[in-house]
Design a protein around this ligand. Structure first.
Ligand SMILES: *[C@@H]1O[C@H](CO)[C@@H](O)[C@H](O)[C@H]1NC(C)=O
Ligand SMILES: *[C@@H]1O[C@H](CO)[C@@H](O)[C@H](O)[C@H]1NC(C)=O
Ligand SMILES: *[C@@H]1O[C@H](CO)[C@@H](O)[C@H](O)[C@H]1NC(C)=O
Ligand SMILES: *[C@@H]1O[C@H](CO)[C@@H](O)[C@H](O)[C@H]1NC(C)=O
Length: 356
């Protein structure tokens, strides 16, 4: 009984120290995902009403108001894409919805936060680059036409995604918290900036040639091509692979600068393509709020899969309980001339499993 209050105080002090250090202020802007769509964003005083921005981001909001709808949209994309990309994992990114008040899984310099920083940096530049293409932004339009020819039978046309402008404005906004001089640990900021750069590098790597066919009755004798970015969910899958092989680093003083080097094999520098983290994560099997683990009890698992969503891995060997679930499907569909389809609704019972 006598220990309990004291432990609570020390945890609170610990948390407030973390918050003061601003360790994860770099992704607090994801709270923009909760911005009501009815909120007008056409006057500089609206910037103060946005949740999760640091002072320099509020300043960027004031001077780039026309960009803010796109930034809000990017925050929504990050939340949606992170959850989808990790839906088959023990850590399923559900805690991202708590922005700007994260739990320890995203407050500390973990592998998970490395992924979220990288995805956030990629997403904001992706969304801006696309908004240029669709004409939603006054400050930019289509990306440049490449100098070299696309090859015989192909010609440049259409509207390229404006990757340059996306990277320029996106990094200005999403890196702003890490560029604040006084606040936060230098080591954490270095790590966050590195992981953000990895995200942008994955975005750049996703630029590809996209083409459309022309010619007499779809003969495809001429193709019009442009440079387009892959979808964010594909970039997120690329980053998930890097998450799985992320490198633990430590900081080493190098003259007056601090430097991050791989912990186990520090004979080589950190690569530009790898995600890095400072704190090991728990296995996320059991609930433990002190380390930001929700546990996997009651999570759905897949009995026939042998991936990370298999009952074996998801439930950490604790076993699982079956339950019956009803699924409603369209069935007995009939085509009517001309031109519609009618279907009936059929119910089917399927067995599903949740972790013990
Ligand atoms: C700002 O947007 C709101 C709602 O979209 C509109 O009613 C208002 O007239 C706009 N104000 C300015 C200054 O454009
Ligand atoms: C994600 O994990 C949390 C915590 O275990 C759980 O409550 C939630 O239902 C999960 N979400 C999905 C979509 O599986
Ligand atoms: C379970 O995994 C198998 C194999 O990966 C897959 O074919 C199936 O669709 C999955 N079932 C569910 C309910 O996700
Ligand atoms: C399951 O594991 C086997 C062998 O370990 C492998 O060949 C197969 O591709 C895996 N299937 C899936 C869906 O991952």
């Amino acid at each position: 009984m006598t220990l309990q209050p004291r432990r609570r105080v020390s945890l609170a002090v610990f948390l407030s120290l973390l918050l003061q250090a601003g360790i994860s202020s770099g992704i607090k802007w994801l709270a923009l995902s909760k911005t009501p769509s009815a909120l007008a964003l056409n006057q500089t005083q609206h910037c103060k009403q946005l949740e999760g921005l640091v002072a320099s981001q509020v300043q960027l909001c004031r001077s780039n108001l026309e960009l803010m709808h796109t930034v809000v949209q990017a925050a929504r994309e990050v939340v949606k894409t992170c959850r989808k990309t990790f839906s088959d994992m023990r850590w399923n990114c559900s805690s991202i919805e708590r922005a700007p008040n994260y739990l320890l899984d995203l407050e500390r310099g973990t592998r998970e936060s490395a992924f979220v920083y990288a995805l956030s940096a990629a997403a904001i530049s992706h969304t801006i680059a696309r908004a240029c293409t669709t004409g939603d932004l006054p400050g930019c339009s289509c990306g440049p036409v490449p100098g070299e020819s696309p090859g015989p039978g192909y010609r440049w046309g259409g509207c390229a995604d404006n990757l340059y402008y996306g990277l320029l404005m996106g990094s200005k906004f999403s890196d702003a918290p890490m560029k604040v001089k006084k606040s936060g640990g230098q080591t954490n900021k270095l790590m966050h900036l590195h992981n953000s750069e990895v995200g942008r590098q994955a975005l750049k790597a996703s630029l590809e040639m996209k083409c459309k066919c022309h010619g007499v009755s779809g003969s495809c004798s001429i193709r019009t091509c442009w440079r387009g970015l892959q979808e964010l969910r594909d970039i997120a899958l690329d980053l998930k692979t890097r998450y799985l092989s992320a490198t633990k680093v430590v900081h080493r003083p190098m003259g007056t600068h601090k430097h991050l080097v791989p912990k186990d094999i520090d004979v080589r520098p950190v690569r530009d393509t790898e995600l890095i983290y400072l704190q090991s994560s728990p296995d996320f099997c059991m609930k433990n709020e002190k380390v930001g683990s929700h546990g996997t009890q009651d999570r759905q698992c897949n009995k026939t899969s042998n991936g990370s969503d298999s009952c074996d891995l998801m439930c950490c060997g604790r076993g699982y309980n079956p339950y019956m679930d009803k699924v409603v499907e369209r069935c007995h569909c009939k085509y009517h001339w001309c031109c519609y389809v009618t279907c009936k609704k059929c119910e089917r019972v399927v067995e599903r499993y949740v972790c013990k």
